[in-house]
Design a protein around this ligand. Structure first.
Ligand code: GDP
Length: 476
């Protein structure tokens, strides 16, 4: 009430559900002499990475760059249809006769106030690709478009997509799709969104929601405009006047061209003839192609470009950068191969691994000056009903030493995308009456992620409680 009064006195009268932006939060905190910190560690990590892409000396030469977008959502909710509609209506139409070759991303012109602005779509819809990139430390996407079918509502993969976007600190725009269908009930979807903390803007919240028909193209322009507005608020900038760095989004071996890779330039401008290094691959840029297969001379910030000239196939999600000489490139590539080897050994030795046992021993030692540890949990269960039962039981455990944070609660077997989420958020995976298929287990082992599977709810609760109290015995 006091804060409302304060805001009112500053001419910012507001009602209950309205959200306030960071600057206003800072202003209030100054007034009440309270320090502001960003409490979500995954967000802080992402901000750090964003800073890493921009160097100190870039700050004087920053220019606007186009937003990079990813479409996510439950299977069959219309991700591909939406992408196809955008691609065919916006890209191919503007390029009569051009043959589009998939390079993993494409540039879309969007008319805003009569002017054409650019946005960039990543071509592989779905949170699996998003999670895999993030697990490699890549942060390419600026905005996530989450598609929810109006006749089906929020489903498990919708939740997973939202969890991935949130963990990455990426703003979300919701597209309620299939509004042309007979059974469409967009209001119910709005209610579901509100119930999981994504309050639609039209209801006073801060999540933009646009109702579309990807099949007919209805309101897709409005969706793109909304996305561009969100992008504008994000103040996306880079310095085009420097040597390039960015992320590999796709890579493979072409029969004729040799190793080919698609890069998204995140800072600087990539030019033909530049010497590049990405992970253990290096070389000189022999040719650059855009998504229409046209040869181009250069690619600036946010622009995807296919690159030929590397000596090896790099890995999607890895960074690339331009260096001054081939020798420097080879040196970096070798150093990278070495450190990869070290990481692998460390992961196998379980170094730095988050497990219930390591939590228990940290609690019992009372280590690291941290008063409260946080245990991040990805919870996979057999049926929706189990989620409520388990989270309720866990939430009532005393959280004096350890606070619990659920990154994702979702029905279904453990998947590699769950592991990726656990990697970036340093989480453990708890499963109740679900399986972790062999390849998923191997993947988890390689990434140093603990999966604990239970058949009895009380066993699960007991283990977590014991770990939180520092009492869990290590198991072999
Ligand atoms: P994805 O699995 O999310 O990529 O979903 P798809 O794009 O493959 O779409 C699944 C099915 O829904 C397809 O048969 C589409 O034709 C259909 N579909 C997608 N969008 C719409 C829409 O706006 N309206 C209607 N009526 N059908 C749609």
């Amino acid at each position: 009430g006091e804060i409302f009064g304060y805001l009112f006195s500053r001419g910012m009268g507001m009602h209950g559900l309205q959200s306030i932006d960071r600057d206003v939060v800072k202003m209030i905190c100054r007034e009440y002499d309270v320090e502001v910190i960003d409490a979500d560690p995954t967000r802080v990590e992402d901000m750090a990475r964003k800073k890493e892409i921009l160097d100190e000396e870039d700050l004087d030469s920053l220019e606007d760059r186009p937003p990079v977008l990813t479409i996510m959502g439950h299977v069959d909710h219309g991700k591909t249809t939406l992408l196809d509609y955008i691609r065919t209506s916006k890209v191919v139409a503007s390029e009569a006769g051009g043959i589009t070759q998939g390079i993993g991303a494409y540039v879309v012109p969007v008319p805003i106030d009569g002017k054409l602005q650019t946005c960039v779509f990543l071509d592989t819809p779905g949170h699996e690709a998003f999670g895999a990139m993030r697990a490699r430390g890549a942060r390419v996407t600026d905005i996530a478009i989450i598609v929810v079918a109006a006749d089906d509502g929020i489903r498990p993969q919708t939740n997973e997509a939202i969890a991935h976007a949130k963990a990455a600190g990426v703003p979300i725009v919701i597209a309620i799709n299939k509004i042309d269908r007979d059974g469409a009930n967009p209001d119910r979807v709005m209610e579901e969104l509100a119930s999981i903390g994504l309050m639609p803007e039209s209801w006073g919240g801060d999540v933009p929601v646009v109702q579309v028909s990807a099949l007919k193209g209805d309101n897709v322009d409005e969706l793109l405009e909304t996305v561009m507005l969100v992008a504008e608020l994000q103040d996306l900038k880079a310095n085009p006047h420097r040597s390039a760095k960015g992320t590999v989004i796709e890579a493979g071996l072409d029969k004729f061209k040799g190793p080919v890779a698609t890069f998204i330039v995140q800072n600087g401008t990539l030019k033909k003839g530049d010497i590049i290094v990405s992970g253990a691959a290096s070389g000189k840029v022999r040719a650059l192609f855009d998504e229409k297969g046209n040869l181009v001379d250069q690619a600036g910030p946010s622009i995807p470009v296919q690159v030929i000239g590397l000596d090896n196939v790099p890995i999607a999600g890895d960074e690339f950068e331009v260096v001054s000489s081939l020798d420097a490139a080879r040196e970096k590539a070798e150093a990278c191969a070495e450190s990869l080897q070290k990481d692998r050994i460390a992961a196998q030795a379980g170094y730095g691994k988050v497990t219930l046992a390591s939590l228990a021993s940290a609690v019992s030692r009372g280590t690291s000056g941290l008063d409260v540890h946080q245990l991040n949990i990805v919870l996979k269960v057999d049926v929706q009903g189990s989620i409520e039962a388990i989270t309720q039981a866990l939430r009532v455990l005393p959280q004096d030493n350890v606070s619990l944070k659920f990154l994702l609660q979702s029905p279904g077997d453990v998947s590699t995308s769950d592991i990726d989420l656990a990697v970036v958020s340093e989480a453990i995976i708890l499963g109740f009456n679900v399986k972790a298929p062999g390849p998923v287990k191997t993947y988890a082992d390689n990434k140093g992620i603990e999966i604990r599977l239970y058949k009895v709810i009380y066993d699960l609760i007991d283990d977590v409680r014991n770990a939180m109290e520092g009492l869990l015995e290590p198991v072999e």
